[in-house]
Design a protein around this ligand. Structure first.
Ligand SMILES: [Zn+2]
Length: 245
């Protein structure tokens, strides 16, 4: 997907200072959930992440720990399904015991190529780096054009949702792609909470929902990292608190 590539605005090590290897991050979430009494067999995981094949290590890592996830995400990582899709996912939460756990991962994503350039990945079988996240970089390119910002120029409802979200969050100036990826992780978190607030969970009175969001980073040599944004538990009575991971 076309789009302008940024000159790095910060060094990679600074950007990754809070990043954890993907496997470590998932282990940390699993340990925190288990410590709170949320067993694997009582948990359904859902993922809102981009459609890019580079994101695959996330569902693969989830599957290895919790089993196959329900897919919620569209381009850029924003949830692509509406209330019906969410209700369907919730209806799949295990009910072995009095309640179950619905664990949602929501991730924007960002490539960093071998030269340290943000927003690019050297993909298998390609000789030159390509955009990652391509949808977000195309959105950013559109919004930074002199006449950008009037309306979404793409004929694709998923990228237009992303375009609208970025435009709403950054009406005056769109930040560099690394900073924008962090902003989109926050937008994904907001979108997940917005729809959960509107749902009537069908998993029973004791259903617990947990939401873990962040930025999925793709570094060279299959080095996958997560920069956590927020991790939250929503108890069956609707109260929320941070999940310490
Ligand atoms: Zn993407």
């Amino acid at each position: 997907m076309p789009g302008a590539i940024d000159t790095p605005t910060m060094d990679v090590d600074t950007f990754l200072r809070d990043a954890r290897p993907l496997g470590t991050y998932l282990d940390d979430v699993l340990a925190a959930m288990t410590a709170e009494g949320h067993e694997i067999e009582d948990t359904l995981v859902a993922i809102s992440a981009c459609r890019d094949e580079l994101v695959a290590p996330l569902p693969t890592g989830v599957t290895a720990r919790w089993g196959h996830p329900f897919v919620l995400g569209g381009l850029g990582g924003l949830p692509a399904v509406g209330p019906t899709g969410w209700a369907t996912a919730l209806s799949h939460v295990p009910s072995n015991r009095s309640g179950g756990t619905f664990l949602v991962f929501g991730m924007s994503h960002l490539g960093i190529d071998p030269s340290g350039t943000f927003g690019q990945s050297l993909r298998v079988g390609q000789r030159t780096p390509s955009s990652t996240c391509g949808a977000l970089i195309a959105t950013r390119a559109s919004l930074t054009e002199p006449d950008g910002g009037a309306s979404c120029p793409f004929d694709d409802h998923e990228i237009c949702r992303l375009w609208d979200t970025v435009h709403e969050r950054h009406p005056d100036a769109v930040p560099d792609i690394a900073t924008l990826s962090t902003s989109v992780a926050a937008a994904i978190d907001d979108a997940i909470f917005d729809i959960i607030d509107r749902l009537e969970p069908s998993g029973g009175e004791d259903l617990t929902v947990a939401v873990c969001t962040g930025v999925h980073i793709h570094l060279p040599d299959d080095d996958e990292r997560i920069i956590p944004h927020r991790s939250t538990v929503i108890a069956s009575d609707g109260t929320t608190r941070a999940l310490t991971i």
